[in-house]
Ligand binder design. Sequence first.
Ligand code: HEM
Ligand code: HEM
Length: 117
Amino acid sequence: MLYFVRPTDDFSILNHPWQDEMQAGHVLTAPLLIFAVAAIWKRHAWQRIRSGFQARRMTGIALAISFFPMAASAYLLQVSSDEGWREIWKFTHLATSVAWILLFLVHLTRPRTQSAK
Ligand code: HEM
Ligand code: HEM
């Protein structure tokens, strides 16, 4: 809505009537992903990174690393008022979150076992 939708009403400050609700929904629900990642962090991710487990390794490591700038930039965007910093955090959040979703899809579709690689 922010980037691809144009308002039909020339005087509207919203590109789409649901824009505010979507933003509130994102801010309220996106942190649940932190709980989800925390829940699988030790046994699923960290243990496999340390043991050298090969299946889904590259995408798994990339998911684990990119999660931190994705979550941090979201909070930094909300607490920054300087326009220059807001642009930096916004760009970081958009780039890392789009990358995270794509990596996640690839991670889910790679072979599951070590022998299959
Ligand atoms: C998983 C993929 C995610 C996508 C695709 C995504 C997408 C977006 C987009 C498009 C924006 C608006 C940026 C702008 O103003 O131009 C945004 C803002 C934001 N996101 Fe995310 N995000 C993701 C993950 C997260 C996570 C994990 C968190 C929190 C832990 C989070 C929290 C926030 C917050 C707090 C804002 C700022 C809202 C505001 O004050 O405008 N996002 N996100
Ligand atoms: C924070 C980072 C990670 C996230 C969010 C994540 C997420 C997931 C999810 C949702 C699945 C699907 C579960 C299923 O099919 O039942 C999965 C499967 C899998 N992941 Fe990850 N993963 C991460 C890191 C890693 C790492 C670092 C490795 C390996 C070094 C790895 C290897 C695998 C393998 C082999 C599977 C196949 C099913 C299984 O053995 O559990 N993942 N991952």
